[in-house]
Design a protein around this ligand. Structure first.
Ligand SMILES: [Zn+2]
Ligand SMILES: [Zn+2]
Ligand SMILES: [Zn+2]
Ligand SMILES: [Zn+2]
Length: 237
């Protein structure tokens, strides 16, 4: 085969058939001339087709790459044109910004955490409470599979002492919120029980349709305590 070019300075790309200077071929240390077999555009095309085939096999689609005006970039994930400030700083890239916009970057971070730690739940359990999801499963089991407070609902929230950081138990959303709303204070919760059971204030009927709040500390409730007990238990039922 007679070469119509100098193989030391150029090569023919088998895809496009063009003779191009070696600089137009991607670097490939393993090859004799130090350059790849296909010219850079053809190599990019092949690489892209390879990725598309791979993506199709995995049921994904690859979005086309687009060029953006100065000061802007396309996020390959959300496909939006955004100002560079919307991309996280990254010293290792040529633009000084990451490839994905901040929201997409965060989603990817979450996905990576799932890959590294099993799930975001596992990750946060470990980071916040030093627990594994197995530890929590065991706690839930010890609670009979129910919320540690109401013993009625599914426990979903790891509750911890905000002062000491120690884990107290696993609660349902309602009970977890109830504690938070009472600022984790037993005195408020006790007062709330007192209030609910009407040991402090009793609605007293003055006459038809007219009621007055009375306190047993100021005036004896108009109902006997057995009457009250009956009222309380009927309300619970
Ligand atoms: Zn080519
Ligand atoms: Zn994005
Ligand atoms: Zn509960
Ligand atoms: Zn209050």
């Amino acid at each position: 085969m007679i070469l119509d070019f100098d193989p030391d300075s150029s090569a023919r790309c088998p895809d496009c058939g063009e003779v191009k200077p070696l600089a137009a071929f991607p670097r490939a240390a393993a090859r004799k001339n130090g350059r790849g077999l296909y010219c850079s555009p053809c190599f990019a095309l092949r690489y892209r087709q390879h990725r598309e085939r791979k993506a199709a096999k995995e049921g994904r689609t690859i979005r086309p790459q687009r060029t953006a005006p100065d000061g802007f970039a396309y996020c390959p994930d959300c496909q939006e044109l955004k100002p560079l400030e919307d991309f996280p700083r990254n010293r290792s890239t040529s633009t000084g910004r990451g490839n994905y916009c901040k929201p997409c970057h965060n989603v990817r971070g979450r996905e990576n955490r799932i890959l590294r730690h099993g799930s975001t739940r596992d990750y946060h359990l470990r980071r916040r409470y030093g627990l594994t999801s197995e530890d929590v499963d065991r706690m839930v089991e010890e609670q009979g599979g129910l919320c540690a407070i109401c013993q009625e609902r599914e426990p979903k929230h790891v509750d911890h002492d905000h002062v000491t950081g120690s884990v107290r138990g696993v609660l349902c959303s309602c009970c977890n919120q109830a504690l938070g709303n009472a600022r984790d204070r037993p005195d408020i919760l006790r007062a709330a029980i007192d209030y609910l059971e009407r040991t402090t204030w009793t609605r007293e009927r003055v006459c038809m349709g007219v009621y007055r709040l009375t306190s047993p500390h100021r005036a004896a409730p108009s109902r006997s305590s057995s009457e009250l007990q009956h009222l309380i238990s009927s309300r619970r039922g």
